[in-house]
Design a protein around this ligand. Structure first.
Ligand SMILES: Nc1ncnc2c1ncn2[C@@H]1O[C@H](COP(=O)(O)OP(=O)(O)O)[C@@H](O)[C@H]1O
Ligand SMILES: CC(=O)N[C@@H](CCC(=O)OP(=O)(O)O)C(=O)O
Length: 263
């Protein structure tokens, strides 16, 4: 099987023009087929604030009412996605900006209302990823760049966490490609001390993850990120890493990169 890089870029890198330019240059230099997924939660929150719309997050997920859905569609699908695509084109990468609705490649279901009504938030299932159309796009030599948006097949756009999209794409494409999933963000990896970028945990398995979570060492956005990462490695993805967006070139050169997940 051919190798395929599935790379997720975090919100703090998207928000930092120098870090973003440097990351996109390194991403462009990666050999072979690749897919990029971006968030942009921080920018959406800033723009919503400017428009007088308050942001509410529960368990790392944005409560997305009709007004917030308009904002995230504009910000993720428009502003962020088109800027990233244009910058990749400037690096000689033939990127194509996408949401899950484009080419019907990611279908989600609106999160059912339980204790919390998340509004227009999409959850992914085993059948969400249209690997046939995606592989046609990849075989045409295009580089898909996904915003954190999916659809329900009935005309409704849904806001969907970018880490979850990355994991689902890696799993969904693993029957056709040897997929490597890389979560890039602003820190060197999963850290034992969040204030010390040298405290990277080189390898983490589910038991160690459990232990670190109990100790409060893994918290906030890192919790769902690791859950998504373990879901990928348990479902056919060959390699999963979490590390610094500024060091992506290391992985291309076969050097150690951030935290490596194992079962
Ligand atoms: N043990 C840890 N190691 C590294 N980061 C951690 C850890 N625990 C919590 N975090 C937090 O998790 C954040 C990453 O999650 P998130 O903001 O959702 O990622 P992204 O930037 O990819 O969207 C880091 O910026 C950091 O503040
Ligand atoms: C449902 C939900 O919470 N969606 C996320 C999508 C963006 C995202 O994942 O952005 P980061 O990767 O930068 O966090 C949100 O709106 O914040």
């Amino acid at each position: 099987m051919k190798p395929l890089w599935i790379i997720k870029i975090g919100g703090n890198v998207i928000d930092n023009p120098e870090a973003l330019d440097s990351f996109l240059k390194d991403f462009s230099a990666l050999d072979g087929a690749k897919v990029l997924i971006h968030g942009g939660g921080k920018i959406a929150t800033q723009i919503a604030k400017g428009l007088g719309v308050e942001t509410q997050m529960v368990n790392g997920r944005r409560i997305t009412d009709a007004e917030m859905l308009k904002i995230v569609t504009m910000v993720y699908g428009g502003l962020v996605n088109k800027n990233v695509v244009a910058k990749l084109q400037a690096n000689g990468t033939n990127a194509i900006g996408m949401t899950g609705a484009d080419g019907n490649v990611i279908k989600a279901i609106k999160r059912p209302v339980k204790e919390v009504d998340f509004g227009f938030v999409g959850d992914l299932t085993e059948t969400s990823i249209n690997d046939t159309t995606l592989s046609q796009i990849l075989e045409a030599g295009l580089i898909p760049v996904f915003a954190a948006l999916t659809h329900d097949g009935n005309g409704q756009i849904l806001n969907t966490n970018a880490d979850t999209i990355a994991s689902a794409l890696a799993v969904g494409l693993s029957s056709r490609y040897e997929t490597k999933l890389i979560y890039c963000f602003e820190k060197n990896g999963v850290l034992t001390d969040i204030n010390n970028d040298d405290s990277v945990i080189a390898k983490i398995n589910p038991a160690y993850f459990e232990e670190l979570t109990q100790q409060g060492i893994i918290a906030d956005g890192m919790l769902p990120k690791l859950q998504n990462a373990f879901a990928a490695i348990s479902n056919g993805v060959k390699e999963v890493y979490i590390g610094n967006a500024g060091k992506l070139s290391d992985i291309n050169q076969g050097k150690d990169f951030g935290t490596c997940l194992s079962l």
